[in-house]
Write a protein that binds this ligand. Structure first.
Ligand code: THU
Length: 236
């Protein structure tokens, strides 16, 4: 494994400045994270947030951070939040990061899986677990929402699962399914809709509502007339 390999997975069409890092969990597992930009710049997921959120969503606690240099958005916050031991290294200390892709036939019954996934959500602030499954044509990634001491630095289940797939180098998707057990309906928030619009612009979104019903939508219908622009200044 080398940094360039991970940097190539970063989604950075607006800055053209790649960022990637690797988090080591308390149990010694490694979770990569890449920078995932959005056409609406403030919704961008920095690499360290991505790696920590992925680690947390797998039921693990971040303990160490491997980076090439210190030029990372949110670095100080995440280092302090988990008391991370920071290692500046020439290459990531691993052959591979955890393989978080689940090969599967797309037509299986997803609700039991979405329900069991809810137990992995990290929701000390809201006690409102959300689960998400993001499908390619031959399998899926799992996501849950994660919360930390700063409310603004947690991530919704939808964005965690997108971060996981993009970090794994997967960019072609079929559909996204989400579930919440509380509240009347399960429905992605506005920020997630903008991120969904970027990666799954005309895709199927299945919402498994708390009261047992299912509704199916096209992402374009969930955020019609979403923000787009080809005339943003690049930072590269
Ligand atoms: N949440 C999601 O995971 N997805 C959504 O689309 C709505 C909100 C989470 C974020 C936070 O952890 C909790 O629900 C309350 O906002």
């Amino acid at each position: 494994m080398n940094w360039n390999l991970l940097y190539k997975r970063a989604y950075i069409p607006y800055s053209e400045r790649p960022a990637a890092c690797v988090v080591e969990s308390k149990n010694g597992h490694f979770y990569a994270g890449v920078r995932i930009e959005n056409v609406s710049y403030p919704i961008t997921i920095p690499a360290v947030q991505s790696a920590c959120a992925i680690c947390l969503s797998e039921g693990e606690i971040p303990a160490g951070l491997y980076i090439e240099n210190r030029e990372f958005d949110q670095l100080d916050f995440w280092v302090k939040e988990f008391n991370l031991k920071v290692h500046e290294v020439e290459s990531p200390p691993i052959e591979n990061t955890e393989d978080l892709f689940h090969p599967a036939d797309n037509n299986f019954n997803t609700l039991p899986k979405l329900k069991s996934l809810l137990t992995k959500a990290v929701t000390p602030n809201s006690d409102f677990p959300v689960s998400a499954m993001l499908f390619t044509n031959d399998g899926y990634f799992e996501g849950v929402n994660i919360e930390v001491s700063d409310w603004t630095k947690g991530l919704c289940a939808e964005r965690v699962v997108i971060a996981k797939a993009i970090t794994a180098g997967i960019t072609e998707f079929e559909k996204l399914e989400i579930h919440t057990k509380k509240g009347e309906i399960s429905s992605p928030c506005g920020a997630c809709r903008q991120v969904i619009a970027e990666f799954l612009p005309y895709h199927e979104i299945k919402l498994h509502h708390a009261e047992g019903t299912l509704s199916e939508h096209l992402s374009i219908d969930l955020l019609p007339f979403n923000f787009k622009s080809a005339s943003l200044k690049k930072q590269g």
